[in-house]
Design a protein. Structure first.
Length: 663
């Protein structure tokens, strides 16, 4: 599709698509803010190049990802390899990125850097490149040349009505899910439309010709993760001052019927939109710390951030039903901490509703909150501007369902309580549907915003139940029997595809945030818990503990580098020095040294005993000391400062932890 011609001091980009015949030149900027600062990149359109240069050294690429400025200068990030994983409703090809590569804009400057730079700088440069590539190599990034993956079907219909067909795809893309936008700013400033291809992170699955009650439908599953407040499980929690929350994602299930009409249903997930964290200290489950806003505070920062978040998602999605699945019932410190956080969530939801002027404040889905979209105006019957139900008198409906308490001892049927509690929302929200010619049939008037602590395992289970019920309703297959059995449906072929797709989606989202596949996916796949699933959950839990404590700092840095939250600078000290001081290797070395000291003490303090006995007793004493210490650290959370010393912390950007004394 594209070619990059590598010259000594510049790159030439060629658009090889039919009828395109476009060229770009990338070179180093002549101006620098500081002699040691990295050079910027200059981009210009050129009509053509000489034939001999066209035949020179070139690299075939699938798309341009963006431009990164590292220590040696700017690199062009290119999508080197990808594969088709399916096609859209109108046969648009959808690609999964397999490999990203970085090409120096100036080969000469790159060689000069590696000739004159210090050993530390060279090592850092290679590490930066590896980190960027490693995140993309997770195979959770997708793009399409002619199908906007950042938009749901309803938003795509709105954008088509609001904009002329000739508007470039990237200009209509939803910024929250446009992952390479931060590193495409030069291309965007110059409006190089043909070169700007939005990339999303998340999950895409396409199932063609799935048989559902005699109908052969196409099923599409999209999860779009936000790049704002991006991060890993314990390093990024809660909300920031702009209202962006950790692990925010939109999941859309789309059904294309045999008559080519399209049904789409959207749900969202995200961290509780308050200031809270879980400080990693080697404890198995770190204590939840909520940044309580006391009466003495002049400004309630929690309220400001909460309002910013809710204003944003209400404007984009309409009415919100916030479903909170965290623990509420129990006597342990963990439950008490979560209960405090859940109570705060309820308090600010109530306060937000009280301060909302009128239901008109939420009358538009995917547009200005006080303005109908053109899609609305095409069909008065489906206008959601002034819903008749009293449900919409308040912009947020808050539901706290203690998942662990309600479903303890395998009582999964209790999930029907939650389904019954939100029955009114199902009736009012509906789903988006348009006929084969794109004419509006119905609109989705609101969304469920689901969360647990990680927004992964419990959240996935509940979201799959909502999606199944909506799919059956959209296909006119929902009846009293289906309403009673929330865990299954009588349509075997559909159930197999649906459950596996949702379980795959759960695994992908979980790997991006927690580092492992999701828990409870045996339930998502089969509708029941299994011994094999329980064993796999145990393995995943142990793996998560290791990754979250000894690896996620590096992965957090890689994500910050990928979305340009952090830009390396020669003038700064190497950030990796800090990280290497606190590593798993140091932890094991000091652990071994401690054991050796105990054994040595046992050998030297009892000279009358046999040597073998003294060594044996020393080893036993070491194990006892380590076991007691491990229990106190992992279970009780003691020796926090010691635990903080050994965990792998992010080195690039400021910590996502709240700034207050530890609870």
């Amino acid at each position: 599709m594209f070619k990059v011609h590598v010259e000594n001091t510049e790159l030439l980009l060629e658009d090889c698509r039919a009828g395109a015949n476009g060229w770009l030149r990338l070179s180093l900027s002549a101006q620098r803010d500081h002699p040691s600062a990295c050079a910027d990149v200059e981009i210009e359109k050129i009509a053509s190049v000489a034939d001999d240069r066209q035949e020179g050294n070139f690299v075939p690429i699938h798309a341009v990802y963006g431009v990164y400025s590292l220590l040696s200068g700017p690199y062009l990030a290119i999508i080197k390899d990808s594969r088709v994983i399916g096609s859209g409703p109108n046969s648009e090809k959808i690609y999964c990125i397999l490999e990203l590569d970085l090409i120096p804009v100036s080969a000469a400057a790159h060689r000069s850097f590696f000739k004159h730079a210090s050993k530390r700088e060279k090592k850092d440069e290679l590490e930066y490149c590896r980190m960027i590539k490693s995140i993309i190599a997770s195979r959770t990034f997708y793009f399409s040349y002619d199908f906007d993956l950042t938009l749901s079907a309803q938003k795509r219909a709105n954008s088509t009505a609001l904009n002329a067909q000739k508007t470039p795809m990237w200009q209509k893309a939803e910024e929250d899910f446009f992952w390479n936008k931060p590193v495409l700013q030069k291309f965007i400033e110059l409006e190089l439309d043909n070169w700007i291809i939005p990339v999303i992170s998340g999950f895409v699955k396409v199932v063609k010709k799935c048989e559902i009650n005699g109908m052969r439908c196409d099923l599409f599953f999209f999860t779009r993760r936000s790049w704002h407040r991006v991060g890993t499980r314990f390093n990024v929690r809660g909300v920031d001052k702009d209202g962006f929350v950790a692990n925010f994602a939109e999941t859309e299930m789309m059904i294309v019927k045999p008559n080519r009409s399209v049904c789409s249903y959207v749900q969202i997930r995200g961290s509780i939109p308050l200031y809270w964290d879980q400080l990693v200290t080697l404890k198995y489950m770190p204590r939840t710390r909520y940044a309580f806003s006391g009466n003495e505070s002049i400004v309630d920062w929690n309220e400001l951030a909460f309002r910013a978040h809710m204003d944003n998602i209400i404007q984009r999605y309409g009415h919100i039903t916030a479903i909170n699945l965290i623990d509420r019932t129990g006597k342990s410190k963990t439950v008490r901490d979560q209960a405090q956080l859940g109570s705060a969530y309820a308090k600010y939801s109530k306060k937000y509703n009280q301060q909302s002027n009128s239901p008109d404040a939420i009358n538009g889905v995917n547009g200005s909150p006080k303005q109908k979209s053109p899609v609305n105006s095409n069909n008065g019957k489906n206008d959601a501007a002034a819903p008749s139900s009293s449900l919409f008198n308040e912009p947020i409906a808050y539901v706290w369902f203690d998942f662990h308490h309600e479903c303890r001892k395998m009582k999964w049927e209790n999930l029907s309580k939650l389904m019954a509690e939100v029955n009114d929302q199902f009736a009012q929200y509906g789903w988006f549907e348009c006929d084969g010619e794109g004419r509006l049939i119905s609109r989705q008037k609101g969304v469920f915003r689901v969360n647990c602590m990680d927004n992964l395992d419990r959240t996935n289970v509940v979201m799959s139940l909502f999606a199944r019920r909506t799919a059956l309703m959209a296909l006119n297959l929902h009846n009293e029997q289906a309403a009673k059995n929330v865990l299954d449906s009588p349509h075997e072929a559909f159930e197999t595809v649906f459950k596996n797709a949702w379980a795959d989606n759960a695994d992908y989202v979980s790997k991006m945030y927690a580092g492992t596949g999701a828990l409870k996916t045996d339930f998502t796949r089969t509708g029941k818990r299994t011994i094999g699933g329980a064993i796999q959950d145990g393995i995943n839990s142990v793996t998560r503990y290791y990754l979250n404590n000894f690896s996620d700092g590096v992965r957090q840095d890689s994500l910050d580098l990928l979305v340009a939250n952090y830009v390396p600078d020669k003038r700064d000290e190497s950030p990796f020095t800090f990280q290497q001081q606190h590593s798993m290797l140091n932890f094991l070395m000091e652990l071994s040294l401690g054991g050796l000291l105990i054994v040595s003490a046992s050998v030297s303090l009892r000279p009358n005993e046999e040597f073998a006995v003294r060594v044996r007793d020393g080893i036993i004493a070491s194990f006892v000391v380590f076991a007691v210490t491990a229990h106190l650290i992992l279970k009780k959370g003691m020796f926090r400062s010691l635990g903080r010393r050994y965990v792998c912390k992010p080195a690039f950007c400021s910590s996502g932890y709240i700034k207050r004394k530890e609870a």
